[in-house]
Design a protein around this ligand. Structure first.
Ligand code: ADE
Ligand code: ZN
Length: 350
């Protein structure tokens, strides 16, 4: 920890400080950043018929009762993506917003099976996203990286085939993850494909403990060997697991607005984040599917601090620092970002 005097930073300074401080986004599905306006624009460009009459009608359908009710609409939205330029445009739109939120590093999830199942070649997907990452680095100063996610409602065989198809583009993604419908699809189902990804030198992450039980978090750690847990909020139900996650400093990429929209928690004021942070877990704040859940990373941070009046500058600093340190960027780069974070907070404490 640094010697910043957090008590000197008033709560009223937090919104501005949170907005301008450097941060990493580690849990963002790029298909979940497709805003309704871009869905309609791409549908028109590609001649894809949508089952909604207008942008407003589509937005009105964004009333979810659980993860599955969201995923059904999310996969339908992704059906407008056909060409490399579509993937580029989607990712570029995200990076422009991320730069405004002072995201210095973003690790983007993408779901190749959602696209290959519709006949889109995996190379089209990866090349479009990768070109946007390169341009974000050059033109916006945002470093971007890609994490290929397997859809867990599909078979392990399908995941294996997807990994093999992606290998010609191995240099364009840094890791693999596991997403989609959690209940009934435990991490153990994907043990062998994660072992193969580890052999390939890929970083490993998995969604666990969003709707699934704490045992899925343990499986992700013990059977898949993941380095971070995406969501993980149901760890709150197991004292032993909480103690382990704290001791091993396993980062959790938590998505507060998503948790409310998908009814994982009733309301932000009831979110387990304060207990997780106080227990020493390396929690980070992320946006998950920002176009569907009401906001990007700064919107998540601001809504959270609004709902949690006990949180102050110390918690703000810790959350942002966790995000930078939990990223897969090189250590020297992470240290430079933490130094920039320290400078913002030190300035605010002056
Ligand atoms: N929150 C989430 N959980 C699981 N799979 C997802 N795919 C996109 N968002 C997701
Ligand atoms: Zn997610």
């Amino acid at each position: 920890m640094t010697d910043i005097d957090f008590d000197r930073i008033p709560r009223s300074a937090l919104p501005g400080l949170l907005a301008r401080a450097p941060k990493a986004e580690l849990h963002m599905h790029i298909e979940g950043s497709l805003e309704p306006e871009l869905i309609f624009a791409l549908a028109a460009r590609n001649g894809v018929a949508l089952p909604y009459a207008s942008v407003d009608a589509l937005r009105q359908a964004y009333a979810f009762t659980d993860l599955q009710s969201f995923l059904d609409i999310y996969y339908a939205g992704a059906s407008v993506l056909l060409h490399e330029q579509d993937f580029y445009d989607m990712a570029w739109a995200y990076f422009e917003k991320a730069a405004r939120d002072r995201v210095v590093h973003a690790e983007l999830f993408f779901d190749p099976q959602t696209h290959t199942a519709r006949g889109v070649p995996i190379g089209t997907v990866i090349q479009g996203l990768s070109r946007a990452c390169a341009d974000a680095n050059d033109r916006l100063g945002v470093s971007g990286a890609l994490i290929l996610c397997f859809l867990r409602h599909l078979s392990e065989e399908d995941a294996f085939a997807t990994l093999e198809q992606a290998l010609p583009w191995r240099a364009h993604f840094i890791g693999v993850g596991l997403d989609s419908s959690e209940r009934g699809h435990p991490p153990s189902k994907f043990q062998r494909v994660f072992a193969r990804a580890a052999e390939l030198g890929l970083q490993l992450v998995a969604h666990a403990g969003e709707e699934g039980p704490p045992a899925y978090i343990e499986e992700a750690l013990d059977l898949l060997g993941v380095e971070r847990i995406d969501h993980g909020v149901r760890a709150i139900e197991s004292q032993a697991l909480m103690a382990r996650l704290a001791k091993e400093r396993v980062p959790l990429t938590v998505c507060p607005l998503s948790n409310v929209k998908l009814c994982v928690v009733h309301d932000l004021a009831d979110h387990p984040l304060p207990q997780l942070l106080a227990a020493g877990l390396a929690v980070t704040i992320n946006s998950d599917d920002p176009a569907y859940f009401g906001g990007y990373v700064n919107d998540n941070l601001l809504a959270l601090f609004d709902a949690l009046p006990r949180w102050g500058a110390r918690e703000a600093y810790q959350l942002l620092r966790n995000s930078l340190e939990a990223s897969f960027a090189p250590q020297s780069q992470r240290a430079a970002w933490v130094a920039a974070l320290d400078a913002e907070f030190a300035q605010a404490a002056r």
